[in-house]
Design a protein. Structure first.
Length: 134
């Protein structure tokens, strides 16, 4: 019934404190590992406060913090790798960036906004946009 359906939906996107639950895997809007592999990224928020972003030639590790109102998450990626042809996965020593995610509980999505350091570095094809659960 609708009431139970709403309650189930509510529980899947909100944690016990009534905040939007960011934990789990989020995918770039046009995620397609076969045909759109160069622009397909997934971001995994773990319950322990760590975050991992994986994409075409990138694997970025960091931590995240949820704002007091529960509507924003800031991720700090400080251990970032790039897969260069012939070299395999290599640490980008000294390269760090951040991403601010705005949560939209109504649409059950998040909006990502990458820092200028990320945009200037050109190490990744990830970009500002909408992330969704699959």
């Amino acid at each position: 019934d609708e009431v139970d359906g709403w309650a189930t939906s509510y529980k899947t996107i909100f944690n016990p404190d009534g905040q939007f639950d960011i934990t789990g895997t989020w995918y770039s809007e046009e995620y397609d590992e076969v045909d759109g592999w160069a622009t397909s990224y997934k971001t995994i928020f773990n319950p322990d406060g760590t975050v991992l972003q994986i994409g075409w030639r990138n694997e970025d590790h960091g931590t995240y913090e949820v704002s007091a109102d529960g509507m924003y998450v800031t991720a700090y990626f400080k251990e970032n790798y790039i897969n260069q042809p012939g070299d395999g996965l290599q640490l980008l020593d000294g390269y760090e960036y951040s991403v601010v995610y705005k949560l939209d509980p109504e649409k059950q999505c998040i909006y990502s906004a990458y820092s200028q350091e990320f945009k200037d570095a050109l190490y990744s094809n990830a970009e500002d946009g909408v992330l969704q659960r699959h």
